[in-house]
Ligand binder design. Structure first.
Ligand SMILES: Cc1cc2nc3c(=O)[nH]c(=O)nc-3n(C[C@H](O)[C@H](O)[C@H](O)COP(=O)(O)O)c2cc1C
Length: 136
């Protein structure tokens, strides 16, 4: 089974976990980046506002060939109880029929994001094959 790990990280915790996960799973690693990385004030204001409304924010072009993979592990930080908005571009790009595992990395380790990401994943015709809440 061919696996991809796709992640967003603002301050590095999710990146470290995604790198370790990709190595453990023998998976390809892809990163989605902001078009322009927000500073702290913008992350906690506009960033959280966008996260809570599950809005898309401008990202660099996301060109990972996700169609080539059977299983896609999506890893992202929690902002204001929701996935950090940049990762919504990755959910949008999921090809239908994939097994998707979502790992939410947060300060508290209990994000309450499961239902939200399950709806996103299923809206793309994919199966939420796993969900993990971890402390960053
Ligand atoms: C803008 C912002 C909002 C956050 N909101 C939450 C939150 O609602 N709940 C929580 O447990 N942690 C929250 N955190 C903490 C991050 O989820 C946590 O530090 C995570 O590990 C950061 O991942 P990263 O280093 O890959 O960006 C927030 C952090 C930021 C920057």
């Amino acid at each position: 089974m061919k696996t991809a790990v796709v992640f967003y990280s603002w301050s590095g915790h999710t990146r470290a976990r995604a790198e370790a996960r990709a190595q453990k799973e023998n998976a390809e690693l892809f990163e989605i980046k902001d078009a322009q990385r927000p500073g702290t004030l913008k992350a906690y204001t506009a960033g959280c506002f966008a996260a809570m409304r599950m809005k898309r924010t401008p990202t660099q072009p996301f060109t990972a060939p996700l169609g080539e993979y059977d299983r896609i592990i999506v890893m992202a930080p929690v902002w204001a109880g929701h996935p950090a908005p940049a990762i919504n571009t990755v959910f949008d790009a999921l090809p239908s029929g994939k097994e998707v595992v979502v790992v939410m990395v947060s300060g508290g380790g209990r994000s309450g994001c499961r239902g939200k990401v399950q709806a996103l994943v299923e809206s793309k015709g994919c199966i939420l094959a796993g969900y993990e809440d971890v402390r960053g």
